[in-house]
Design a protein around this ligand. Sequence first.
Ligand code: NDP
Length: 823
Amino acid sequence: MNVMEIYETMEYGPAPESPTLVLDWLKEHQPFGLFINGQWVKPASGKYLDTINPSTGKPLAQVAAANSNDVDAAVAAARVAAETWSKTPGHTRARYLYAIARHIQKHSRLLAVLESMDNGKPIRETRDLDIPLVARHFYYHAGWAQLMASELPGYEPVGVVGQIIPWNFPLLMLSWKIAPALAMGNTVVLKPARYTPLTALKFAEIVQEIGLPPGVVNILTGEASQVGDALVLHPGVNKIAFTGSTDVGRTLRRATAGSGKKLSLELGGKSPFIVFDDADLDSVVEGVVDAIWFNQGQVCCAGSRLLVQEDIADRLINKLRARMEKLRIGDPLDKAVDIGAIVSSAQLQEIQRLVAQGVEEGAVMWQPSWACPTEGYFFPPTLFTNVSPATTIAQVEIFGPVLVSMTFRTPAEAVELANNTRYGLAASVWSENINLALDVAPKLKAGTVWVNCTNLFDASSGFGGYRESGFGREGGKEGLYEYVRPMWETSSSSSNGLPIAIESTHSSDGSEQAVSTDEAGEDEMDHTTVSESFNGYHLALPAIDRTPKMFINGKQVRPDSGYSRDVYDPRGHVIGQVGEGNRKDIRNAVEAAHAAGGWASSTTHNRAQILYYIAENLSVREAEFAHRLVQQTGCSGADAATEVQAAISRLFSYAAWADKYEGAVHRPPLRGVVLAMKEPIGVIGMACPSEYPLLGFISLVAPAIAMGNTVIAIPSQQSPLSAIDCYQVLETSDLPAGVVNIVTGDRDTLSQVLADHDDVESMWYFGPAEGCKRVELASAGNMKRTWVNYGHQRNWLDLVQGEGEEFLHESTHVKNIWVPYGE
Ligand code: NDP
């Protein structure tokens, strides 16, 4: 036999990893209890559930089935622990997180084997990727615990966090949730997925081992219907962090709406893998293997849509088929296996159903010639060609080893095809032309873009989605904001020294009902002619009566309804009219805001210039704007002047921030960089607060447009004239048409239309608590981001409450673009 013959006939021998250590550990511990307040306790139900080894279909261990009583106990323990843990110095928390990371490494082999046996993924992946990344996450966040005081001044922990994780990366998702939560001083109650609870239980043992104070981490195994619901609805929980399906994410959005609980959702995806004709095709083939056959394709950011430039499609597909023929499927504990088992028989059936549907819809299916093991839940790598972009398999997340491929001709077509999905989690771009790759990357609607690589993760680089892939980020500095809130929110009392909002003071016939202002002038006012020395402030006489219109697409427009609504002063006198906006006006405004999307790519210098110009033009009309404030709210002339000055200053602040709120360049442990770009969210709807009619409007609009968003603003319902007056300022300040649209009318009716609208990417609402709840509920439609005040007023004059980081954070999300380098 010569060398060539040996090479060609060479077969892999078995290279099994021993399960003995894990089997002994399981025998010692089962049935497993629940981990509450640092102790192992029996479940209140007295019931246990089997967890199955997917590669054999046989039971592996018994775990406790928690119910709502256990949730009560765990949340109570976490609340008590939070009292101390939240005040523990950052350095102390850093030491605990560091100890967890060290112990993960010490138990790495057991954890890797346990994860493989419980989930079905190959040992090569758990050993080389999952577990090292888990340790890295705790190390990295130990650093943020250490630095919290200096790097996040003005922020405090949220409190008790309920965390719900899926089965595809059981321990990794646990680390993505627990590490930042603990680093920021929160305590947690975590529910692992029903199919894969075991590594979370080993983690609980590690927590005990390192002496983490009781109650800081609590782990409840069991079923979603018993544990998930109770955790999500529990009044003692301040935040829910979830990773899983978009359907459940939507349920959680609705369930938590109006509760004041913070929510972060990392949901599904249908990520594009774009190959240009100058790409290195051999690297592409290995990239595809990592994109869709890694973890059996059960990856939220799996590159499940292969988009290939037409002229190289046949060549690539042939290479891919040859590679698929060589993939090895089988026992996950065999170190030479590429593809392991699907997590459950239910998931296997779902994959089989969708694949059958793809064939029925006319796509061409190809699978390698070899057969899968008959025991356990296996599915072969599968490639669909001749796929039309609108078919089910091109749109629905299959969550299995199934790749669908389509072709494109030009870069523009590639971007359009890539973005033709309701998701927006990740994307890969393959081209040897770095100019092309870096031009395409920002145009992709995805939270992460990999250039000439795929499925790379690191704690330093935030991960999360757009659109129906959810909101919030995990990892990076941006991920920390999910686990903190501004300190002023808890330190300020309800009265807060603020003027109380003037709400619903008039019935439709204009008769006065209840007026509530801080210090409406004592004197009887004449509203038709305002005296020059009104409230001690020098005012110009009002000009000829006019009916302010709405402002859509850079034009003053009359309301579609043809109706106007009266605007009253605090005494119930009519001081003007504004248009009664309706659904159609909002639709037009959203259309205009989308058409003005080019604003996002205008230079930050240009945006800063325009904001300065708006400030300049507002200052020219300072007295007139102050007059309007006095007229509408009855505030003193001095207070009105202060508000106008503050609005001008705020415009200056965001002009300053426009070119300074920048991204970062991360250095993850690879040869390359990750460009963390702060991107505008897109079209933002905003219901402005009733109080501070001018400053409230400017405080919301200015950061949004400074960051490149376009907006539809509903001005203060009681006092809309100040915002409406602004359109003349905007018109004279070179602001492109459609960047700011103003629709007047009933705040809650209009907000509902905006929150329901699928082309609005974020909705801000500053109004009563019931309105906040309605907005959060409606946002579940397209999973848009929301920012609401839960009925609490903020002091808009205050520099901490009224401007800064929080506003900029709400105006942006971070896209991470991974760029490896080197030959
Ligand atoms: P789910 O979204 O149902 O499960 C994820 C987690 O949420 C699990 O811990 C689950 O508990 C829990 N959960 C389920 N329902 C509720 C609820 N009403 N309230 C609170 N918690 C709940 O995913 P599935 O396991 O059912 O998988 C279905 C599909 O979801 C997959 O085919 C895939 O498309 C997608 N998926 C996406 C993931 C991602 O990372 N983006 C991860 C997992 C799935 P329990 O396990 O007890 O049911």
